[in-house]
Ligand binder design. Structure first.
Ligand code: SAH
Length: 845
C-alpha cells in the first residue's frame, strides 16, 4: 500500500527556530517555544516503499527498543493534578510503534535512500527544503511508512539568523534534534561531507564536490556551536586536544587539588590573556582568579583602553600587564605594523603572502632584509643622527612603539619612542618611523628585544582575549538608535573592531561581555552578528546571560556573555549560580532560555542571596565631604563576604609574610561630594526603608501613584531653591520612587552604574547622609578591598560602574580554565552548564 505523501512545515522567519517538520525538543533545552506542526494531506500521492528484507527482529528491537514496547493505556489524570506542561513532557509524546525496520527505501520509484543517507525533506511550498540525516526507517504499527530525521540547520536557521551571509552557503550544522516523518516527504538524496572543524578555511576547497559540508553541531541550549565529535566525522584523523594519558592525569591532579600528584607533575600550566576595553581590569582580574582555582596560571599580559585613568588603575593593580592607553582601532593597526616589523627582521615567517599584503600598508622599513643589510653598512657611522637647527641629536635607542598621533600633530601613523644620547628618559620623544629611516639597526634591536619580551601580542601567542566592546548605539537611553542597520551606527563600531582583533590574533579562547540589550535590541542583531563572525572564523561558540547576584553579590546585574573556542580546544561550559537569585523559565521571551540558571521549580540548595548589610556594614562612617583616598578600617569584618573581600592579594595566594606587619588601609571609601543643595535634600530623606523624595514636605501622591507638588507647602533651601527639585517630580511622568531614594540594609541593588548622583537612582546610604562611596560600589561589584582606583572621583565611579562583576568573571575564569585543560565537568560532558565547587564564592587558590 502506498502511503499518502504528507507535507510538513515549520514556523518560518523565526531564526531561532529549528527546521522541524514534526515536533521535537532537545533535552533540557528551553530555548524555543514550539507549536505542533500541521500535517497537510496532498492530493497527488507519492509512491514510497522499502526495499530488501526487514532488519532482523532481534537487531531492530535492540537498536530501537521503544518502537516495539507494547502501548500503555494511560488513565487520564484528574485535571487538578495535571502538571504544568514543560519541555520535558515532549519525551512523553506518543512514540509511533513499529512493525519492522528497514535499511533501504525508494521514493517515487526513482530515488533510493539508505540508512544514514542525507536528504532533503519537504518544507512546504516556496520554502527551501529541510536537510536531514536519515537515522531510522520503519513500517509503523499503523501500516504507514516512516523515517526518522536528524536535522541539519542552515546558518539562517541558527542564532546567526539575519547574518547568514557571513557563512559559506554550503555549510550546515548538525543537530541532535530528531523526529519521525512519513517516508514520502523525502525529496532528494544529498551528499553532505562531515569534516573536522579547522581554523584553516582552505578545507572549503576540498568540499566542492558535495552538496553541503558540516563541521559543527548546533545545539539549541545556550545557542551552542560545537566541533563535531569524533564519531560524527568521516575519515578524520585529527589529533585530540589531550595528547596522552599522562597529560590527562596531570591535569586531573591539579584540578582535584591532589597536592602530591600535582607536585609530582610540576607547576601550574600557564596561559596569556589580552584584555580589550579593559577599563580598570575587573573582568581579567576575576578571570585570572577563577583560572587559578582551576589550576591554570592565567596572566593578563596585555590590556588596552582609551581612558587614561582606567589604564592607571589597571597598571597599579597589575604590574605584570603591559597596559596601552589607546583606542582599540589604533591597537589593531599597531598589531599589524608590529607583525610587519617582526617579519621584516626575520623574527617571524609570513604564513602566506595574502596575509602579508592584507596588513595595513606600511613601507617605512624596506621590505627586503638582504638588500637593506648592504645599506646598513653604507650608513654605518651616520646612523641615527637627527639634525635640528644645527644641533645634532643622536638616537641612543628605541624604547617604545605606538600607533596614532602621540605628538598631537594630526599625523596618524606608527611612532617610535626615542631615547636621545646624553639625555634623560624624561626627554624621550615620539618620532614617526619615517623620520628614523637611518636608524635601522636601532629599530632592529628594539624589535628583537620587544619580540622576545612579548611587548605586543602576535598570532599564536595569545590564549585568551576577553573584554566587552562598548556599544552605546543600543543603549535604551539613546533615542537615535539605528535599529535597521545597527552596525552602521558609529557607536556600535567597536564590535567590528573587537572581532577584527580576534581575527588577527586568533586566540584559543574569546570571552566577550556586554549588556543584555545586545540580545534584545533589533531582534538581537549585534549578538547574532558576533556569533556569526566567530563561526565564520571557525570558532566554536556558546552564549548565555548571567546575573552577578547569583555568584554572591548584593546586586542583580544581568549581563550577556559570548564564549568562543578554537576547534582544537574544549568549549567552556557556563557555571551555574551559587546563590539563590535567578531562575530560568519565568519569562517566555526570546533568549530567556540562555539565562545561566536552574530551571523554575529546581530543588538544588543554593546559598542565600546577599544583602547590602552583608556587604558594607563593617565600613567606617564617612561624611558627604569625605575626600581622603585612604582611611583606616575601624571595625573587624562582620560577615564571610567582608572577611573575603578584605583579603589582600598576598593573603589570597597564601604568602602573607609581610601582610601582618602592615596595617591595612581602606582605599577609595569616599563619596561623590554632593553640592550644598543636594546635600540638604539628602539630609531630608528619612532614615528608614523605602524613603525618597516623596517624603519631602509639599510632595503629594495622587491617583495612579503619580506625584505632584502642593505649592502652598513648598520648603526652600538656604540657596533659595526648592527642596523638591522639578526633575524629581517629573521623572518618569511623576511615577518614579527613585529620586533621592535611600537604600536599606535588607535590600539588593539592581545595577551599580557609572554615575553617583542621587537624582534618578536609589543610591543614598541607609544611615548616613551621602551617596554610596566608591568603595561601597566597588564591593557591590565584588572588587577586593586592595584594588585601588585612580583618577578624579567621577572617573573612579565610572571604572567601578563599567566593570564586569568580579565574582562572575571569577566563575567564568574557572570554567575557562577547566576547558583550557580539556576538562568538562559533570556527568553529561556536552551539557552547556556545570556546577561550581562547594563554597566557590569565598575560595582561595
Ligand atoms: N571590562 C572592563 C570594563 C570596560 S568598560 C572591566 O571589567 O573593568 C568599557 C571601556 O571601553 C571603558 O573603559 C572605555 O574607556 C573603553 N573604550 C571605549 N571606547 C574605546 C575604544 N574605541 N578603544 C579602547 N577603549 C575604549
Amino acid at each position: 500500500m502506498a502511503p499518502k505523501r504528507k507535507r510538513a512545515s515549520a514556523k518560518d522567519g523565526d531564526t531561532n527556530f529549528a527546521p522541524k517538520p514534526r515536533k521535537s525538543s532537545p533535552k533540557r533545552a528551553k530555548t524555543v517555544k514550539e507549536e505542533p506542526v500541521p500535517v497537510v494531506e496532498e492530493e497527488d500521492s507519492t509512491i514510497a516503499r522499502f526495499l530488501d528484507e526487514p532488519i532482523p527482529e532481534l537487531e531492530a528491537k535492540t537498536t530501537w527498543p521503544d518502537r516495539y514496547k507494547p502501548i500503555e493505556v494511560k488513565k487520564p489524570k484528574p485535571p487538578a493534578k495535571r502538571k504544568k506542561k514543560t519541555d520535558d513532557d515532549d519525551e512523553e509524546e506518543e512514540i509511533i510503534r513499529a512493525r519492522c525496520h528497514f535499511r533501504r527505501a525508494i521514493v517515487d520509484e526513482c530515488q533510493t535512500y539508505e540508512l544514514n543517507d542525507d536528504a532533503y525533506v519537504e518544507a512546504g511550498e516556496g520554502k527551501a527544503p529541510f536537510i536531514c540525516k536519515i537515522v531510522e526507517m520503519f513500517e509503523g504499527a499503523d501500516g504507514k511508512l516512516y523515517f526518522t530525521a536528524q536535522w541539519f540547520y542552515r546558518a539562517s536557521d541558527t542564532v546567526i539568523g539575519m547574518h547568514s551571509a557571513l557563512i559559506n552557503e554550503k555549510r550546515v550544522f548538525f543537530s541532535k534534534d530528531r523526529n519521525t516523518n512519513e517516508l514520502g516527504t523525502l525529496l532528494k538524496r544529498l551528499k553532505i561531507l562531515m569534516i573536522p572543524l579547522n581554523e584553516n578555511t582552505e578545507t572549503i576547497d576540498a568540499t566542492k564536490s558535495c552538496d553541503y559540508f558540516c563541521d559543527m553541531n548546533y545545539l539549541l541550549p545556550y545557542s551552542t556551536f560545537e566541533a563535531l565529535q569524533q564519531d560524527n566525522k568521516m575519515a578524520i584523523s585529527e589529533s585530540s586536544t589531550i595528547s596522552s594519558d599522562t597529560e590527562v592525569n596531570e591535569r586531573a591532579a591539579v584540578i582535584s587539588g591532589d597536592e602530591e600528584a600535582s607536585q609530582a607533575t610540576g607547576s601550574k600550566r600557564e596561559a596569556t590573556m589580552l584584555d580589550l576595553y579593559c577599563g580598570c581590569g575587573a573582568m581579567s582580574t576575576g578571570l585570572c582568579m577563577g583560572a587559578q582555582l582551576a589550576g591554570l596560571n592565567l596572566v593578563t599580559k596585555w590590556a588596552v583602553d582609551m581612558n587614561p585613568h582606567a589604564c592607571k588603575s589597571l597598571e597599579h593593580n597589575h604590574p605584570e600587564t603591559q597596559v596601552r592607553n589607546m583606542s582599540a582601532e589604533d591597537f589593531l593597526l599597531l598589531l599589524k605594523e608590529w607583525l610587519k616589523l617582526c617579519i621584516h627582521f626575520s623574527l617571524r615567517t609570513c604564513p602566506n603572502s595574502e596575509e602579508y599584503n592584507n596588513l595595513y600598508g606600511m613601507s617605512n622599513v624596506e621590505d627586503n632584509e638582504d638588500e637593506s643589510k648592504e645599506s646598513d653598512n653604507e650608513d654605518e657611522g651616520k646612523e641615527s643622527d637627527n639634525e635640528d637647527n644645527g644641533e645634532v641629536f643622536t638616537v641612543e635607542k628605541i624604547v617604545g612603539i605606538s600607533f596614532g598621533d602621540p605628538k598631537k600633530i594630526k599625523e596618524r601613523g606608527l611612532y617610535l619612542k626615542v631615547r636621545w644620547q646624553g639625555y634623560k628618559p624624561s626627554d624621550d620623544t615620539w618620532e614617526p618611523i619615517e623620520g628614523l629611516s637611518n636608524c635601522r639597526e636601532k629599530i632592529k634591536e628594539f624589535v628583537k628585544r620587544g619580540y622576545k619580551a612579548g611587548i605586543l601580542p602576535l598570532q599564536g601567542g595569545v590564549d585568551v582575549i576577553c573584554g566587552g566592546p562598548p556599544c552605546q548605539g543600543i543603549s535604551g537611553h539613546n533615542r537615535f538608535r539605528n535599529s535597521e542597520e545597527p552596525l552602521d551606527d558609529e557607536k556600535n563600531k567597536q564590535l567590528l573592531v573587537y572581532m577584527n582583533i580576534v581575527e588577527f590574533l586568533k586566540p584559543k579562547y574569546v570571552l566577550m561581555e556586554n549588556v543584555v540589550d545586545m540580545l534584545k535590541f533589533a531582534k538581537g542583531y549585534l549578538a547574532r552578528y558576533a556569533v556569526g563572525r566567530l563561526i565564520q572564523m571557525n570558532y566554536q561558540s556558546r552564549m548565555g546571560m548571567m546575573a552577578a547576584g547569583a555568584y554572591g553579590l548584593a546586586q542583580f546585574r544581568m549581563r550577556f556573555f559570548l564564549c568562543g573556542a578554537l576547534s582544537s580546544e574544549t568549549l567552556p561550559q557556563f557555571p551555574l549560580p551559587t546563590h539563590d537569585v535567578v531562575v530560568r523559565g519565568n519569562v517566555p521571551v526570546e533568549f530567556e532560555g540562555n539565562t545561566v540558571a536552574y530551571n523554575v521549580g529546581h530543588t538544588v540548595k543554593l546559598e542565600d542571596k546577599l544583602l547590602l548589610k552583608d556587604v558594607i556594614s563593617d565600613l567606617p562612617a564617612i561624611a558627604n565631604s569625605e575626600v581622603r583616598d585612604e582611611i583606616p578600617y575601624d571595625k573587624n569584618p562582620e560577615t564571610p563576604f567582608q572577611q573575603f573581600i578584605r583579603l589582600r592579594k598576598d593573603e589570597k595566594l597564601g604568602s602573607s609574610k609581610n601582610s601582618k606587619s602592615k596595617k591595612p588601609v581602606l582605599y577609595d571609601h569616599h563619596p561623590l561630594n554632593l553640592n550644598k543643595d543636594d546635600y540638604q535634600r539628602v539630609c531630608s530623606v528619612p532614615k528608614r526603608k523605602g524613603a525618597n523624595f516623596r517624603d519631602f514636605p509639599g510632595v503629594v501622591v495622587g491617583p495612579g501613584n503619580v506625584v505632584h507638588m502642593d505649592e502652598s507647602r513648598s520648603v526652600y533651601l538656604e540657596s533659595g531653591k526648592s527642596l523638591v527639585p522639578y526633575y524629581a517630580v517629573n521623572f518618569v511622568d511623576g511615577t518614579s520612587t527613585k529620586p533621592f531614594g535611600r537604600l536599606w540594609w535588607d535590600e539588593t541593588v539592581p545595577t551599580v552604574v557609572t554615575r553617583a548622583e542621587p537624582h534618578n537612582q536609589v543610591i543614598i546610604h541607609p544611615q548616613q547622609d551621602r551617596v554610596l562611596s566608591i568603595r561601597e560600589n566597588a564591593r557591590l561589584q565584588g572588587f577586593p578591598d586592595d584594588y585601588k582606583l585612580f583618577g578624579p572621583t567621577k572617573q573612579k565611579y565610572i571604572q567601578v560602574g563599567n566593570a564586569v562583576a568580579v565574582p562572575v568573571a571569577k566563575a567564568l575564569g574557572y570554567a575557562l580554565a577547566m576547558a583550557f585543560q580539556g576538562l568538562t565537568v559533570g556527568d553529561e560532558g556536552d551539557y552547556p552548564l556545570f556546577t561550581l565547587p562547594q563554597g566557590f564564592a569565598h575560595m582561595k587558590p
